[in-house]
Design a protein around this ligand. Sequence first.
Ligand code: G6P
Length: 596
Amino acid sequence: MCGIVGFIGNNCEQNLIDALYKLEYRGYDSAGISVIKDGKIDTIKTAGEIKNLDEMLTTRNSNTAGIAHTRWATHGASNVFNAHPHNSCNNKISIVHNGIIENYIELKQDLIKKGVVFYSETDSEVIPNLIYKSNNKSFIKKFISACNLLNGSYAIACLNSTEKKLYLAKNKSPLYISKLNTGEMMCASDIICFESKAVDYYTLEDGEFAVISKDNIRFYNSSFKIIKKQSSKLGKFDFSFELGNFSHYMEKEICEIPKCIDNLARIYSSKNLTEILINLNINSFNKIKIIGCGTAYHASCMGEKLLQDVLKVDVSSFVASEFRYSKQLIDNSTLCIFVSQSGETADTLEALKLAIELGATTLVITNTMHSTMAKLAHVVLPTCAGVEKSVASTKAYVCQICVFYILKRCFDSQINKKCFDFYENLENLSVLLKNQKYDYLDSFVKLLSDENELYFIGRDKDLISSNEACLKLKEVTYINANAYPAGELKHGFLALINQSSYMFVIATEHHLLEKTLNALKEASSRGANIILVTQFKNEASSMCENVKFIYLPCFDEDLMSIVSIIPFQFLSYKLSVSKNINPDKPRNLAKSVTVE
Ligand code: G6P
C-alpha cells in the first residue's frame, strides 16, 4: 500500500508534507522525505504518523526536487529503519515505493555479493541499489533497466543527487503526474494531491516510465523509447476534506449519509446515467457475480440479495481474493459486478482483470471515477458519496447499497415491463435519516465499553448487516464481534453463550421475524443479554421479555439494511472514542489496500 509523492519547485518540503497528509489514508505506520540539498540527498524519516515527520522538519521552503512517503508496513516492522525513502548504500540515489517486490530476496542476495550493504528489512531497499549497480551510462537507462528486473507491483519515485529531476516507474500501483497552475511539478499516488492546484494530469500506465524536470515531463516505454501521452482533465471534488465542527472524519461521514443519498438520487435521475442503466440489458446475461473486499464485500452480498429478488438467473457474491483463486464459470453471457470505494483494491482489481480476460461484461460500482477499475470496466456506476477519509467505510457502504437498489429497480422494470422509478423512495429515505437522533446509543456505550466480545445474529439481509456491524466494531473498537446466522445457533455457537454474553439480534424482515425471535429465545434462555434491533415494535415487545431494544423507524424493506446499519456505525464510533482510539486511523489498517 503506502502513498508516494514527488515535487519540483518552491517550498518543496511544505508541498510534500501537505500532499502526504492527503495520502495518509493509504497507511500511517511511518513517514519520510528526501530532498536534494547542495548536491546531496537529505533524508528525514520517522516511525508513526505524518505529524511526527512534520514536527521534525526544520526547512520547508527549499526550491528543489524531493520525494516523500507514508507507509503501511508489508515487509519489515513499522520502525524508522524500514521507513521510506530508501537510499542506495552510496547515498546518491533515493526512492519511495508503493507495492511489493516479489523477487527481492534473490535481487538482494545478488547485490550483497556485489558489495551492497542493506540497512532495512524491506523489499524496497533493493531498488536504489539496483539502479546504483546498473552498468548503463545514462541515469534514465540505469533506472529503467533496474525496474525491468523487478517482479511484483510498484509505483516508484526516484531522486539522484546530481539532478533536479524525478524518475518514475509504475506497475499495478497507481501513479499520476501534473504540472501545477503555479508551474511546479508534482507526482503522487492519488490525484487528490492535485486538488485545487491543477487543471489536468497524466496517468502513468503499467510498464511506462517518466522523467520530470523543472519544466518538462518526458515519458518512456521499457525499451527506453520516448512515448507521447494525453492528459486528462481534473474533475471537481465533491464535499470538502475539512473536518468542520466534527471531531473525526468517521463521525462527519456518517452524518453526511442523508445528503449523499439525496445527491445520488439526483445524479441517477440524469439522462446520462438513466441511459447507461437502460442499456444494461439484463436479458443478455445468464449469471451475475458480484465481487468486493471488506465492507464492499458486504455491499456485494446485499446486492446479491436485492438482485436475486427480481432476477431468474443465478446471482452470487464473492470475496475478491477467493474469487481469483477458485474455478469460475465465466463466459460472455456473465455479468461481473465489482464493488470498490477506492477502485484500487488490489484483489478486486485483479479479479476484474480476470473477468475481462474470460470474456465477461464488467460493471464497477465505485466512489472514485478516475480509479484504475473505473478505467478498465465496461460500465461504471458512481456511488457519489464524496471523498471518504476514515478507514472504516460508512457513507460509501450506504451508497453502494443504494446503487444496487437502483439496479434492482432497473432490472425489475425491464423484466416486468414496469416503470423504472427509484427517486421518490431514496428521497424519502434521505428525509427519514435526516430526522433520526442517535443519543440513545450513549447508554449502550456505557453498557458495552468493557466487553471484549460481542455476538450478533440475523437472517438473510439482517445477517449481512450483522456481519458489517461486526466489521465496524472490530475495525474501530478492537472488540471481537462475530455474527452468526440465527438458524445456526444450535450448531455450535450456543456453546459460547453464558450469562455475561451480549448479543445483538437484527430483525428487519417481517417474514423472518418469528423464526429469528425463536433463536433469540434459545440464546436468552442460556443467559445471553439480548439487544433486539427492529422496527416491529409491537409484535416484538409482546413476544420477548428481558430484552433491551433499539427501535428502528419503518421503511421499505429493500432499504431497511441502511436504516439498521447506521446505529451500529455510530455505536462503533462512540465506543471507539470512549476507548481513546482514533476511529479514523485504527491500528494496523489502511483505507486503500493496494497490495494483494
Ligand atoms: C480496506 C478498508 C475498508 C474497505 C476495504 C475495501 O479494508 O479499510 O474500509 O471496505 O478495504 O476497499 P474498497 O476501496 O475496495 O472498497
